[in-house]
Write a protein that binds this ligand. Structure first.
Ligand SMILES: Nc1ncnc2c1ncn2[C@@H]1O[C@H](/C=C/CNC(=O)c2cc([N+](=O)[O-])cc(O)c2O)[C@@H](O)[C@H]1O
Ligand SMILES: [Mg+2]
Length: 214
């Protein structure tokens, strides 16, 4: 069927999830990826850690780096307080198109602004584009080598305020050693590790939660 894995995930969500029901769309992606073919969604175990952080922060402005199929985008968007906005950046046009359709099926497209392009090009435009100052929560889940340069770029663009929370997926597997070393040793962050299993597998992974101190 669908020529790409994201397309096959979209087709399954459209057939198995109740329209307008975010939780059933999330369950459909997890069911497909646990039973049919693995995909690099944050998954339900790490997703529950992500949910807890979103609920604790109650963010007005959220940034996500790496939309892929929109799985974590849905998890975040469904928990946002009224009036809050989630900006998600995706450099692959095909993935962005799939994510847009999955978000639409889940009824979550009103809370989400999905921008197509590289984070390094888009991050410097965000303040002006959305007439905002700083993000309250940033979920980092794109190419692992981009974690550190993009964290530095966010600092330089003045998009972090004291208290801004950065939550990074996969700091153990595949790993983001340079990013970890930075946030754990910089006086500008208070960092905490949340051990967890990799999505859909019995492999060790974890997420790093780093609070910007200014
Ligand atoms: N600079 C940039 N700007 C915008 N979008 C960008 C970007 N760099 C990458 N992206 C997008 O972010 C996603 C990449 C995720 C890499 N994750 C991974 O490689 C990954 C791998 C495993 N794994 O191998 O087990 C497990 C995981 O949870 C993972 O997230 C893709 O959709 C890609 O197009
Ligand atoms: Mg990931």
């Amino acid at each position: 069927s669908g020529q790409s894995r994201p397309m096959r995930i979209l087709q399954f969500v459209q057939s198995a999830a109740a329209p307008g029901d975010a939780n059933s769309a999330i369950c459909a992606v997890d069911s497909y990826c646990a039973n049919v073919e693995w995909a690099m969604n944050v998954g339900d175990k790490k997703g529950q850690i992500l949910d807890a952080v979103v609920l604790a922060v109650r963010p007005r402005w959220v940034l996500e780096l790496g939309t892929y199929c929109g799985y974590s985008t849905m998890r975040i968007a469904r928990l946002l307080p009224p009036g809050a906005r989630l900006v998600t950046l995706e450099m692959n046009q095909h993935y962005a198109q799939v994510a847009k359709q999955i978000l639409g099926h889940a009824g979550l497209d009103t809370q989400v602004d999905l921008l197509v392009g590289a984070s390094s090009a888009l991050i410097p435009q965000l303040k002006k584009k959305f007439e905002m100052e700083t993000f309250d929560l940033i979920f980092i889940d794109h190419w692992k080598a981009s974690y550190l340069p993009d964290a530095r770029l966010l600092e330089e663009c003045g998009l972090l305020a004291p208290g801004t929370v950065l939550l990074a997926d996969n700091v153990t597997c595949p790993g983001a050693p340079d990013y970890l070393q930075y946030v754990r040793n910089s006086p500008r962050y208070r960092s905490e590790y949340f051990p967890c299993q990799l999505e859909y597998l019995q492999v060790e992974d974890g997420m790093e939660k780093s609070v910007f101190l200014g």
